[in-house]
Design a binder for this molecule. Structure first.
Ligand code: NIG
Ligand code: FE
Length: 402
């Protein structure tokens, strides 16, 4: 049962460029793309349905490759504190920050977490997201990490979105392990990860490598445990200081290293050789009023794939629009609109290990795409959030979001 989508233009994003096809047509076969190209070159054949897109621009469905969507509580009070001059690190040291979200997440039921995450996720989906990554990391014990990862699986079942579920048990030290970080890392490696992996709840393993979180040596233990379980790794690295976590991640063939404001030129080279994706998070950069820019030009020159993500989380990036992140990537990081769009399609797919099936409009890939009512692709980065007129198609079916 093929469907012909016609009277459109396409930024296919193949190879991480716009790869524009004007006056295009696209044929879907169930949940896959069968053909895409110039309408004049459409192969002859019958289709079950023909859909006129009235001159819309097609892009792949957007991919948000770094989020902490599932959490309890509210941190807007900390936002006010920071506006009065208290730093993120000071708040964390005083028992706020990640620890405060851990308390609220532990206190919430799975149904409560599901309901609040569903609301946030729906905002992202309405903005054109069809695939996203969602991390645990606010449970910090087996039962509560499981609760979060189960919500990820439920969200994927109930909403039209593909979710890559990441275990970030090594996000922060839980209060019951204060002063015993090595013991907590042992628990993560010997109990939490093996149990959750055995339950099929984990697609990848992440950690927070930072002076206020875990050391490179501790992260290495987590990566070794992940490797033994056959799970790919990724890392929060170089967000607040330079510990060369990005190089460490690359040595473990990480899918991605994320944040990266404080990475060095040497780290960039190591990532380039390993093919590890650099995931930049302009929402966190903006919200923390960071001034140290990630080394964009070095990443470009070394040919490191650059993805952009929302980092949706209650502490450093309460971002409900991935398109707003495109604008921030351009305005704050001086990326081009083409680079930014590639960062939420082609390169984001690679950051999730989904490059064979997602991230571009090409025959054989899943039919996840957005038909935008715009006249140039750069308009996706130009508008500051808001809802653009669009039709969202996932797995070949048009979806509407309440
Ligand atoms: O990606 N860097 C660590 N984790 C989150 C922040 C988490 C929080 O403050 O709740 C981040 O920025
Ligand atoms: Fe994060």
């Amino acid at each position: 049962m093929t469907v012909l989508w016609t009277n459109c233009n396409a930024a296919t994003m193949a190879s991480g460029r716009y790869s524009i096809v004007e006056d295009a047509a696209l044929v879907t076969d169930g949940k896959h793309i069968r053909w895409v190209g110039r309408r004049a070159e459409l192969p002859a054949g019958e289709h079950a349905e023909t859909i006129d897109l009235a001159g819309a621009w097609l892009t792949p469905g957007l991919i948000d490759c770094h989020t902490h969507t599932v959490f309890g509580g509210d941190r807007s009070g900390e936002f006010e504190q920071r506006l009065e001059g208290v730093s993120y690190a000071d708040i964390a040291a005083a028992g706020g920050g990640i620890a405060s979200t851990v308390r609220a997440t532990r206190a919430a039921s799975e149904d409560e977490l599901f309901a609040s995450a569903k609301e946030r996720l729906t905002s992202l989906l309405r903005d054109g997201v069809t695939t996203l990554e969602s991390k645990s990391g606010y449970g910090l014990d087996l039962e509560n990490e499981r609760k979060i990862l189960r919500v990820n699986r439920r969200l994927e079942q109930e909403l039209p979105v593909t979710i890559s579920s990441t275990c970030l048990a090594a996000h922060a030290l839980p209060p019951e392990y204060a002063g015993r970080a090595d013991d907590y890392i042992h628990l993560v490696c010997s109990e939490i990860l093996p149990a959750l992996a055995a339950e099929g709840l984990v697609d990848a393993v992440d950690a927070f490598c930072e002076y206020l979180a875990f050391s490179p040596a501790q992260v290495e233990q987590v990566f070794t445990a992940a490797r033994q379980l056959g799970l790919p790794v990724k890392l929060h690295a170089e967000q607040l200081s330079s510990l060369h976590g990005s190089s460490l991640a690359a040595r473990y063939q990480a899918l991605s290293a994320d944040h990266l404001e404080f990475m060095t030129e040497d780290d960039v080279k190591v990532m380039a050789v390993a093919g590890t994706v650099a995931v930049l998070l302009p929402g966190a950069y903006y919200f923390l009023r960071e001034t140290q820019l990630p080394p964009i030009q070095a990443l470009r020159e070394q040919g490191v794939a650059i993805a952009i993500a929302s980092d949706l989380n209650p502490g450093t990036s309460p971002a409900l629009s991935l398109r707003l992140m495109l604008n921030m990537a351009c305005t704050l990081f001086r990326m081009t609109p083409e680079e930014a769009l590639a960062g939420v399609t082609w390169h984001a797919a690679k950051a999730l290990g989904l490059q064979a099936s997602h991230g571009s409009l090409e025959a054989g890939k899943v039919a996840d795409f957005v038909a935008w009512d715009i006249t140039r692709p750069a308009q996706l980065s130009y508008w500051l959030g808001g809802e653009l007129n669009k039709r969202i198609i996932r797995h070949g079916q048009e979806v509407t979001h309440a």
